[in-house]
Design a protein around this ligand. Structure first.
Ligand code: AMP
Length: 280
């Protein structure tokens, strides 16, 4: 495994392999790696000749400076994990390397960036589009691996690939959960013991909400979820939506012939967690 810190070193290496016609799988991450990330790397290794993992805490996608400041950074452990997963190339650039000047690029994401996460995290998806497009154009992967954990991001990255007319497949990977159902996230380590004990309530609520489909309308299920969170003094629900999985519009009835996903964001103490579940 080779670790590169500059764009020139990474692209130089990739250029030297050009004639070998190897397929490249890219796994973009912000580090603090866990089994969720590992599942993406394993899949990339299975489906490609060469796996490139990026570790970069991208400042332009953080709307909250305190979130950026407290984002966990565990590079030595991350590299150890990637070595054991047999990643080939790891790119760990500095902020200056990725943003030599202020990035003023804006992407028209067709409104996908204005709902759910986008409604509460101003500019977040434009920042995601900035960094992901830089990695795509620099690395030219055949496949890029993204987790369903960040479901809206996955939908937006697909749109981005379409806008930029790139010849790559976006591979969607299932959410990896702790035994008690909590979706794995780099931010989970920031939960106190007490908060960590409460956190499985989030997934439990999604599962139970889906069961309410039998008797309640989508709007009533949303109210049911809101009420459940109101009874939890330490948690604050930011949003819960049930959307179709391409245009992210809210569904009105269960009869709609679209794939349905229930998505939410919750504040638990200082930490903001997101999760989602297929509602078909
Ligand atoms: P992050 O480092 O949080 O930006 O995540 C990097 C990639 O890993 C994204 O595509 C995430 O959706 C994915 N990911 C994060 N957590 C999980 C998880 N629990 N299960 C599957 N994929 C995940």
């Amino acid at each position: 495994m080779i670790v590169y810190r500059t764009k020139d070193d990474l692209t130089g290496h990739l250029l030297s392999l050009k004639n070998e016609d190897l397929t490249i799988g890219l796994v973009p991450t912000m580090g603090a790696l866990h089994a969720g990330h590992a599942s993406l790397v394993e899949r990339a290794a299975f489906e490609n000749d060469l796996v490139v993992v990026t570790i970069f805490v991208n400042p332009t996608q953080f709307n909250d400076p305190s979130d950026l400041e407290h984002y966990p950074r565990t590079l030595d452990q991350d590299l150890e994990m990637l070595r054991s997963l047999r990643a080939d190339l790891v790119f760990v650039p500095s902020v200056r390397e990725m943003y030599p000047g202020k990035d003023t690029q804006t992407f028209d994401l067709g409104g996908l960036d204005r709902v759910m996460e986008g409604a509460y995290r101003e500019g977040h998806f434009n920042g995601v589009a900035q960094i992901v497009s830089k990695f795509f154009l620099m690395i030219h992967p055949d496949r890029a691996y993204f987790g369903q954990k960040d479901f809206q991001q996955l939908v937006i990255v697909r749109r981005l690939v379409n806008i930029l007319n790139l010849d790559l497949s976006v591979v969607s990977c299932p959410i990896i959960r702790e035994k008690d159902g909590l979706a794995m996230s780099s931010r989970n380590v920031r939960l106190s013991k007490e908060e960590r004990k409460l956190a499985p309530f989030i997934y439990e609520t999604l599962v139970q909400a889906r069961e309410q489909k039998l008797t309640l309308s989508p709007e009533q299920v949303k109210d049911w979820v809101r009420l459940r969170f109101l009874e939890q003094p330490l948690m604050r629900l930011e949003y819960f939506e049930i959307v179709e999985d391409k245009g992210l519009t809210s569904i009105q009835t269960w009869d709609e012939k679209v794939n349905k996903v229930g998505c939410l964001a919750v504040h638990l103490g200082e930490v903001r967690l997101i999760d989602n579940l297929n509602f078909d």
